[in-house]
Design a protein around this ligand. Structure first.
Ligand code: HEC
Length: 281
């Protein structure tokens, strides 16, 4: 026993140690060969540098620039938008006069964006209701190339060179067709381009007003569509349509939405709205 534990394990160990050292050495050597000689020389040939330089670079002796100079793009970068809201720009926007742009808008823009800034074709965005600043920014972006479009880029570039005129030319188109201002239980004030008025609200016990605005707008749009509003007739519609009924439906929906907690959970059904209007079953 004493004999075995003393010498034989060592004797068994020895060949493994030798082989392990050989394997480690082989791995190390191939690493060095590949990393410092073969790969740098082969890749260096492709990149147009001689073997000696390639090996030196692999060893870190000639550090620095890549073998082939990279092409540097020196064109100035185009920012997303070059519009800056300086006090001067804001002052000119505030001074915009609808009359000044009417002729230009009638001459050029209405062909696509519609008589009153509401277009009949989905590809042409509505301008009605957009602020003068928003239109100014979009037109400036078309002019500078920050925004591009086959049709609009040329049109924007053809506008008066003073970019400030851009927004003036469309302020008239940008005037909203209709606006309704709600104020809790107080009457609703509404305006179209030619008419205005107030509409009553409903007396309910309000618990939570979270959903009131969404319910109001949802019912308002639904009622307007039921009354014949569509994308092609918006300007004419708001010039003459009776708005009392749509506002009544919207006010009822908004009022009911305040009688329950939550957002979606507070939305009334059509039947509940009709019931408040005295038309229910
Ligand atoms: C030939 C048809 C055509 C004409 C004419 C035209 N536009 Fe446009 N306009 C377009 C299209 C199409 C777009 C949407 C382009 C896009 O997706 O970028 C557009 C977009 C716009 C936008 C951006 C709207 C948005 O919601 O982002 C503005 C502002 C605008 N036009 C203003 C004008 C003004 C001002 C004129 C008259 C001087 C005019 N356009 C004339 C076709 C036209």
């Amino acid at each position: 026993m004493a004999q075995l534990s003393g010498s034989e394990p060592h004797a068994l160990d020895r060949p493994w140690r030798t082989w392990a050292s050989v394997v480690v050495l082989v791995i190390l050597l191939s690493g060095v060969l590949l990393g410092v000689l073969i790969i740098p020389v082969v890749q260096g040939r492709g990149a147009g540098i001689d073997a000696f330089t390639a090996i030196c670079r692999a060893l870190g002796i000639l550090p620095g620039s890549p073998a082939v100079p990279q092409i540097v793009d020196r064109t100035p970068p185009t920012p997303v938008s070059q519009v800056v809201w300086t006090p001067e720009v804001l002052r000119i926007l505030a001074d915009a006069k609808p009359e000044r742009g009417r002729a230009k808008a009638q001459e050029v823009c209405v062909a696509c964006h519609g008589e009153q800034g509401v277009s009949a074709v989905v590809e042409y965005p509505n301008l009605a209701g957009q602020s003068g600043a928003a239109i100014y920014k979009q037109l400036s972006d078309y002019r500078t190339g920050s925004r591009t479009n086959q049709l609009m880029t040329d049109i924007a570039k053809a506008l008066d060179e003073t970019t400030l005129a851009d927004s003036r030319e469309v302020v008239d188109l940008a005037e909203p067709l209709v606006a309704a201002v709600t104020d809790g239980a107080a009457p609703i004030r509404w305006h179209t381009r030619t008419r205005q008025g107030i509409a009553p609200t409903f007396d309910v016990e309000a618990l939570d007003t979270t959903a009131a605005g969404d319910a109001f707008v949802g019912a308002w749009l639904q009622a307007l569509v039921e009354q014949g509003l569509d994308a092609t007739n918006a300007a004419g519609f708001f010039a003459s349509a009776a708005l009392a009924e749509p506002l009544r439906l919207a006010a009822a929906a908004g009022a009911l939405a305040t009688t329950r907690h939550g957002a979606f959970a507070a939305m009334p059904t059509r039947a509940q709205v009709e019931q408040l209007l005295g038309r229910g079953p």
